[in-house]
Design a protein around this ligand. Structure first.
Ligand code: ME8
Length: 644
């Protein structure tokens, strides 16, 4: 059966400067939708590109003493590099300077002129060059551009005009009959009001510069840059050169744009299409703006965030995840480095990374790295299985409604539940009892199988991570061939699969953690107890604050030195209900042999930290003063006993 087509576009960006994190945000959203649709079985055409003409670019090229095409070639190369590094899966990249595009724009201009919807007249008015936008006197705010607030220039020239006014009623009727055409609904209402205010005929040619597409029958005129730019969406779909493709993909399913250009896409563009007798796109979605630490990004403020530098520092998937998870689509959002690091540590390293690591580690230790055949399903397993199914359904519904961060939240709720499932089923306890081997196999299978499905669901957001997870799970099938159906079928993981050695997929970003572990003075310390009365008073905490600390007895099962760190020991401890790994800075005071078998006291609910590449989950209490140190112990107590 033929796949259903799905055509999605981003704006074509101006190559007047390098792209920033805001552009990366828009393209990442479009990419994750495109990837999701492919997963859901659609034949996707995903388009991005560059909008290269206009006075602003011509001026910039002159300033740099290069030709416009030399100027844009260089910047467009940087766009393409960014999309490659961000793992953007566009099927085409359109440049408005390409011949295929010139031909379409000239063809359309001629056609609309021939039918009488473009006419020549004298133009008197206001023009904002940075926005490439004409304004009426009444639309100016304090005599300046209402969009960007910069000064406008008077224009008085002979121009061609497009009879927008003729289509006003038809456009309004269309928008009212198609409630989903403009989203979110706040933008829709704005557009309806704008149209009701009256559509003026639009000036669609300029004569004051020549970097653009000449009007075919009057070559001293250059086609107005928005008329040129919007047409890219049908050029790339094959309007003139590939009618078969055009029939398949036009009308576009989704034009994803920033909120400031919804007006061009939901008013000028539909009217051009109406004049051509072509179908209108299914949907124009206006996403919000990204601000940086609460402030609008601008060169003069020096707060423009370069996505390439972020990708180099944190990795593409991490940046993609942050942008998609942190910002509710349609709303403005804040970019903050702290929030990014928090997301990496909490959601990626801790929730997802830990689940994979714990699962693979247990399969390695208890079942020699082999995923064994599961046995009977207990109620606790059934609950997990039901949640997996529900999550997949809710995820698909959210993605179909372009609610990306809801979809991500559903998957992360499943990840949290699965981490809890480990604690509830306690595989380390099952592993000790040969009579519980079947049960152990079932639990480990359920964990690995849930992770197989989680990898599929996150693949549109994190296309590098998902195949990495599959490889670690030992799945040989090529990740590229999977579909959403593979996530819906429980049991896809074959028994007998040999998992790989676990390797951290998201390193924790916590430089401070190592310092704390290597410096036991920051733990409960003898010095503090000896401190003067005043500071003890100043440090008073309530009983509730104390109760937040979960202190427990833990039996040291194994201890070894951390390679290359003379102060650190890795301890494996038994907490009664689970085993944990802790990195502790006590190696100068204890040999591993001295510690094995001891009942130490530890803080159990401390945020995990990565120390020398080892995930440390908890902190062993020790008294210290000067060069002495003694671990706090609770001889004879059962592992897991609470310390109050
Ligand atoms: O407008 N936050 O190109 P452009 C979020 N060439 N998104 C942002 C953003 C921010 N701070 N800044 C930019 C043009 N964007 C025209 C488009 S389409 C036929 C022609 C994103 O380079 C957002 O999607 O100014 C916005 O609409 C787009 O970049 C504008 O890019």
């Amino acid at each position: 059966m033929d796949k259903k087509p799905f055509y999605i576009t981003t704006p074509i960006y101006y190559p007047s400067d390098k792209l920033h994190i805001g552009h990366a945000y828009c393209t990442t959203i479009a990419d994750s939708i495109a990837r999701y649709k492919r997963l859901a079985g659609y034949d996707v055409f995903f388009l991005t590109g560059s909008d290269e003409h206009g006075q602003k670019i011509q001026r910039k090229a002159q300033e740099g003493n290069v030709t416009p095409i030399q100027y844009v070639d260089k910047i467009v190369a940087s766009f393409k590099l960014l999309w490659e590094k961000l793992n953007i899966s566009n099927d085409d990249f359109i440049r408005t300077s390409e011949k295929r595009h010139h031909e379409v724009v000239q063809h359309i201009f001629q056609k609309i002129y021939d039918q009488g919807d473009i006419y020549k007249a004298a133009y008197e008015g206001w023009y904002c060059t940075p926005c490439e936008t004409f304004w009426l006197e009444r639309q100016l705010v304090d005599g300046k551009c209402p969009d960007c607030g910069r000064p406008v220039e008077t224009l008085s020239e002979e121009s061609y005009f497009f009879r927008m006014s003729k289509y006003q009623d038809r456009l309004l009727a269309f928008i009212e009959a198609n409630p989903d055409f403009i989203q979110p609904v706040s933008r829709r209402n704005e557009m309806i009001n704008f149209i009701k205010g009256g559509l003026e005929d639009l000036c669609v040619s300029r004569t004051t510069f020549d970097w653009g597409i000449p009007v075919p029958f009057d070559s001293k005129h250059i086609v107005y840059v928005w008329f040129d730019a919007l047409v890219n969406y049908i050029t790339a779909a094959g309007y003139l050169n590939n009618r078969e493709k055009y029939a398949k993909f036009w009308p576009a399913d989704l034009h994803l744009v920033g909120k400031e250009i919804v007006r061009f896409h939901s008013i000028i563009w539909p009217v051009i299409l109406m004049a051509l007798g072509e179908e209108l796109p299914q949907k124009v979605y206006g996403h919000g703006w990204l601000v940086v630490e609460g402030d609008k990004m601008s060169k003069s403020k020096g707060n423009v965030i370069d996505p390439l530098a972020l990708i180099d520092e944190f990795g593409a998937d991490t940046i993609r995840y942050y942008l998609l998870r942190e910002i509710t689509l349609g709303m403005d959002g804040n970019f903050s480095r702290d929030a990014l690091i928090n997301r990496i540590n909490a959601d990626l390293a801790n929730d997802l990374g830990n689940l994979l690591h714990r699962t693979l580690n247990m399969i390695g230790r208890f079942n020699a790295g082999v995923i064994e055949k599961p046995g009977e399903t207990a109620p606790v397993d059934q609950e997990l299985l039901n949640l997996v199914q529900e999550t997949t359904a809710k995820y698909a519904e959210a993605m179909d409604n372009i609610e990306i961060n809801s979809a991500i939240k559903e998957v992360w709720a499943l990840i949290s539940r699965t981490n809890k499932y480990i604690d509830e089923t306690a595989p380390w306890a099952l592993a000790k009892d040969p009579a519980k081997k079947q049960r152990l196999n079932t639990v480990l299978y359920n964990l690995a199988e849930t992770l197989r499905i989680v990898a599929i669901l996150i693949s549109p957001f994190m296309p590098n991570t998902a195949p990495k997870m599959w490889r670690q799970l030992g799945i040989e099938e090529a990740f590229g061939d999977i579909t959403l159906q593979d996530a819906k079928c429980w049991g896809g993981l074959k028994e007998g699969t040999k998992v790989a050695k676990p390797e951290p997929i998201f390193p924790r970003i916590e430089e401070k953690a190592e310092e704390i572990a290597e410096n036991p003075k920051s733990k409960v310390s003898a010095e503090k107890v000896d401190a003067p009365e005043k500071s003890v008073q100043a440090d008073l905490i309530s009983i509730d604050e104390f109760a937040k600390m979960d202190l427990r007895v833990a039996k040291v099962l194994a201890a070894e030195k951390v390679k290359g760190a003379d102060k650190l020991l890795t301890l494996t401890v038994d907490l009664g209900t689970e085993e944990r790994t802790i990195v502790s800075g006590i190696a100068k005071h204890y040999t591993p042999e001295e510690l094995v078998g001891q009942n130490v006291v530890m803080i159990v609910n401390l945020k995990p930290a990565k120390i020398r590449g080892i995930e440390s989950r908890g902190l062993v209490l020790a008294a210290s003063s000067e060069d002495q140190l003694a671990v706090v112990t609770a001889p004879g107590m059962k592992p897991g006993s609470k310390v109050k």
